[in-house]
Design a protein around this ligand. Structure first.
Ligand code: 5RP
Length: 225
């Protein structure tokens, strides 16, 4: 199977996973990226079985609306039944790196409001230790150089993602060469730097379940503690 076919398989698996949990009032969280897009496309067949969605990016909101799915502002909603999104890396604890698509802050907010976070990914995202994928950090533009110097002190090698402005009007620093042995600690440390909006470690609130697509099909993986 190609990587695209694996993404389609996990998108479909996520629809099958959430279908029994949905009722007509349910509002679901929907993530961002090419894997999340496969989920959105597969979700069309369920669209009469739930109320609507909150999206973690303008791009996903537009894709949902095109399929006839109602998109809510998060401020109108007190709880989301489930959040489905991709990841750039996952370890066995289902601690993640996210933000390759620059939507990390909204993704973290939507995760926080969701009862369950279902992560979908192809097997290329499965790692022993997080950090091979450069860690995205969303930063207030005026703080970019200061935050970069602080990230160097933490052992990283930050690179400004040229030409990218997030949906929140901020910039992204991608931090290379980190070997993240304590994801929860590093997540908190980076978020303490003045000017950081948030970083792409989803460790304090990781995924509750991972649907991982590989050559033998889609595996359902729960966090290993
Ligand atoms: C966007 C994300 C995505 O979930 C992550 O980058 C994975 O993307 P893709 O499914 O395209 O590989 O965090 O900010």
């Amino acid at each position: 199977m190609t990587q695209d076919e694996l993404k389609q398989a996990v998108g479909q698996a996520a629809v099958d996973y959430i279908a029994p949990k949905l009722h007509r009032d349910s509002i679901i969280g929907v993530g961002t990226g090419s894997t999340a897009n496969c989920f959105i496309d597969a979700l069309a067949r369920l669209k009469d079985d739930f109320n609507g969605a909150v999206a973690s990016s303008d791009a996903s909101a537009e894709r949902l609306r095109k399929l006839g799915i109602t998109v809510y502002d998060l401020n109108e909603v007190s709880e989301l039944e489930v959040y489905v999104d991709g990841a750039d890396e996952s370890n066995a604890q289902l601690e993640l790196i996210k933000g390759g698509g620059a939507a990390l802050t909204r993704e973290k907010i939507v995760t926080a409001v969701s009862k369950e976070f279902v992560c979908i990914a192809d097997e290329s995202k499965w790692v022993g230790v997080l950090g091979r994928f450069p860690l995205p950090v969303e930063v207030i533009p005026m703080a970019r150089s200061y935050v970069a110097r602080e990230l160097v002190k933490l052992g990283g090698d930050p690179v400004y993602r040229e030409g990218v402005l997030t949906d929140n009007g901020c910039v992204i620093l991608d931090v290379h060469h980190l070997e993240i042995m304590e994801p929860k600690k590093l997540e908190a440390e980076i978020n303490q730097i003045a000017g950081v909006v948030t970083n792409g470690l989803f460790a304090q609130r990781g995924a509750d379940v991972l649907l991982l697509g590989g050559k033998d099909g889609v595996k359902t993986i729960y966090p290993k503690y």
